[in-house]
Write a protein that binds this ligand. Structure first.
Ligand code: ZN
Length: 106
């Protein structure tokens, strides 16, 4: 058995496994990202989104990117846990059910 020959023969196999490994890593990472992304958008079906991604990847991922709901408006320079009322714009605590200024339900 020629050692030089066998070590050169192994590289295409290594390349294929690196490719397969890369796809698997991208798949798992994108599913995790999909789940987290759905959760930050207050999507109650975030587990459902992850399942769609699981079975329809990568098509489900593309569909999600095209049709995902808007991220809830969280003010950047304000204390965490506060939001701007969508109706009157007043900054209110994120855990109140109604805006104390105008009564708009969140
Ligand atoms: Zn308001």
């Amino acid at each position: 058995m020629n050692l030089q020959q066998s070590s050169t023969d192994v590289w295409p196999i290594v390349g294929i496994w690196l490719l397969v490994g890369g796809i698997v890593v991208a798949y798992i990472w994108s599913l995790w990202w999909l789940y987290c992304d759905a959760r930050t958008r207050n999507n109650t079906g975030c587990m459902m989104v992850a399942l769609i991604g699981l079975f329809a990847w990568p098509l489900g991922l593309i569909i999600w990117l095209l049709g995902r709901p808007e991220r809830p408006r969280v003010a950047k320079n304000k204390p965490s846990g506060t939001i701007d009322c969508p109706r009157c714009g007043v900054t209110v605590s994120g855990n109140v059910a109604r805006c104390p200024n105008c009564g708009e339900a969140r």
